[in-house]
Design a protein around this ligand. Structure first.
Ligand code: HEC
Length: 270
């Protein structure tokens, strides 16, 4: 038999939003385990998995709903998108929105025809609209900068650059992002050691892990990712050029330590 729900009430309390780095680590580990458990169940019990996911996508806990949406993308059937669509009618946050888009897109070749033929069982007009809108907007071709963002920055700065309160600062709306490009280039090349303030919130206090150096990326890649970040999360669409990155790289020399805010502001006025 399938376990009715591997996430107990006790676990649910622990899955509440993280407020510190260690809690966050704990939450991540739990989420990883829950995800692995769901995947194992799906593979073992493919015929039953959809009904399990249909239940879970209605769960009180947003993280369980998110896991169900992600897991649905592993079920190779048109109906799997019904699980994704069911999440439309419950409260959503940027993480769930992102997972829904990703899963529905991944499943699209399986459900598009069934949807057009009215063969899917959707719970509300809002769900139908959600899928209709998704079909109507062709997946945008990810720019090179966006792909680098997803690999190199998203794990910390999160989808849509929203950051994680108290742990990773947001890029969306950040005064750093709309500020001087040379400073951003330096941050990506060599990292940044807090404390810093972003949008009136403090980050990088004692014991926090600093932003790591990413100088292993090429000049072109850094230019692309910063062009994407500035164009998407800040109102400053001016592209960053590879030549600017190259100049900053050679000016800094073989630097091993991350920048601090003080250092960056001193250099700016030179
Ligand atoms: C391992 C986590 C991690 C990764 C990966 C990461 N950052 Fe950061 N980033 C941080 C932290 C942490 C800070 C704040 C410094 C501190 O707390 O010491 C920061 C600060 C920043 C800032 C200045 C503050 C702000 O929010 O505007 C920018 C800009 C930035 N990062 C851009 C990037 C870009 C671009 C990438 C990808 C190329 C990236 N970061 C990858 C953790 C990360």
């Amino acid at each position: 038999m399938l376990q009715p729900n591997t996430v107990s009430n006790h676990d649910r309390k622990k899955l509440a939003p993280a407020s510190s780095a260690s809690q966050l680590h704990f939450v991540r580990r739990r989420a990883r385990r829950a995800r692995a458990a769901v995947r194992r169940q799906i593979i073992r019990r493919l015929p039953e998995s959809l009904s399990l996911l249909r239940e879970r996508v209605q769960d009180e806990n947003p993280r369980v709903r998110l896991e169900a949406v992600v897991a649905a993308s592993y079920v190779p059937k048109a109906e799997a998108v019904e699980v994704v669509a069911a999440a439309v009618d419950r409260p959503r946050d940027p993480f769930l929105d992102y997972a829904m888009r990703q899963s529905a897109r991944a499943l699209q070749p399986r459900w598009a025809t069934a949807f057009a033929a009215n063969q899917l069982k959707l719970g509300s007009a809002a769900q139908t609209d959600y899928l209709k809108k998704l079909l109507g907007t062709p997946p945008k071709q990810a720019s090179p900068g966006e792909m680098i963002y997803e690999m190199a920055c998203l794990p910390c700065h999160q989808p849509e650059g929203k950051g994680l309160p108290g742990v990773y600062p947001p890029l969306a709306g950040s005064e750093w992002v709309r500020g001087d490009a040379a400073r951003l280039i330096k941050i990506v090349l060599h990292g940044l050691q807090g404390p810093i303030a972003v949008g009136g919130q403090n980050f990088g206090g004692p014991g926090a892990v600093p932003m790591p150096a990413m100088g292993g990326l090429t000049d072109e890649q850094i230019a692309d990712v910063l062009t994407f970040v500035r164009g998407t999360f800040g109102p400053n669409g001016a592209p960053v050029k590879a030549a600017e990155v190259q100049a900053a790289r050679s000016a800094a020399g073989p630097r091993e330590t991350p920048w601090t805010e003080l250092e960056l502001s001193l250099r700016l006025t030179q």
